[in-house]
Ligand binder design. Sequence first.
Ligand SMILES: *Cc1c(COP(=O)(O)O)cnc(C)c1O
Length: 424
Amino acid sequence: MNGRSESLYQRARKVMPGGVSSPVRAYQPYPRYISSAKGDRITDVDGNEYIDYCMAFGPLILGHAHPAVVSALQAQAERGTLYGAPIEAEAQFAEEISREYRSMEMVRFVSSGTEATMHALRLARGHTGRKKVLKFEGCFHGAHDAVLVKAGSGATTHGAPNSSGVLEEVASNTLLATYNDLGSVESALRAHRGEVAAVIVEPVMGNVGPVLPAEGFLQGLRDLTTAHGTLLIFDEVITGFRLSMGGAQRRYGVAPDITTLGKIAGGGMPIGVFGASEDIMSKISPLGKVYQAGTFSGNPMSLAAGMATVKELRGQGHEGLERKGDLMRRGLEEALWDLKVPHKVAGIGSMFQLFLSSSPVRNYREALSSDSAMFDRLFRRLLDDGIYLAPSQFETNFLSTAHTDEDIRRTVDCLAACLREVSR
Ligand SMILES: *Cc1c(COP(=O)(O)O)cnc(C)c1O
């Protein structure tokens, strides 16, 4: 029964475009409106319960409403939610981040991943005095002008990878390259020698579904950018604290010049972080001439939830998450091995996706060759069985410490059965 979701959608869409606050939440015929969540379960307004693998698109690595996070938030709320003045937790969290991410000697806290990448790119331009930036097709770095060019995630799902409203003059300063193709990066850097301020990349792509870097790709980016005097930015808004405490940069052993964090770093509250060496970060206002500011920056609630999450995660370690990821991926491979429908199980650590594709997915174009219409049918069929994937072929599903082996096994069985059904 979905009557309340349907009527809420009818009501919301009269006053909100598509009835949602972010397009990634929209799906046909109407999205489920959620009323509560706990652990790995979400419950909608009609009382249906789902095992959640969307996990708010990545932040909730401890699951929903983890007691440590809830009590940190309660304690902070009692003391006030915002002061417009610095607090001790900022220095403490900055030190913790700096210890885990050696490339981030200094950090600035902002309120979203979008802000983090926007300011990281401005900083790169201010630092190098260069105009252009290079991104990869299908990477998503938030919803600001410079990066809404061949952007993944909802921009791809809803058919606007090159957003209307972004000035040609702006978009023309964003160069594009193909993920996992160092040649495409090298030729762009050569063609625009001395003009490229930064190469920005998701070290593991998460926003067309998980796409892993080929052997040597990240190190190749490091070498090419260094040779061209271009800064390398790792957008670890998804991978930070997820692929290890030190993110993808520790897992792959490649250090960028600038790092952006978000999602998990806020423990379910809004956050973005960008950081770099002291030399680069000293260009930021009030020390330097690259301006950046925000009413909600470094806000006490986000820091409280983020620090509680990081502390809990450090205590638990990532082994359980890695094991559950393997259980899911291996389970799906085994359950689907004899299926005639082309498919590829993808992912790493606690990230996974099923690409309905006949070839391995190594970049954006290969991701786009997946059967996204069939994926939509699968997604909706799974909702009826109480399983909530991220609502697009071009997203990643996330496991949390709250997911149980039993839930994963049930999900594998359900997914295999539903895929057989919708592909008939
Ligand atoms: C989610 C995401 C962003 C944007 O973060 P918001 O907090 O949604 O603004 C940026 N980069 C990557 C890699 C992301 O996955």
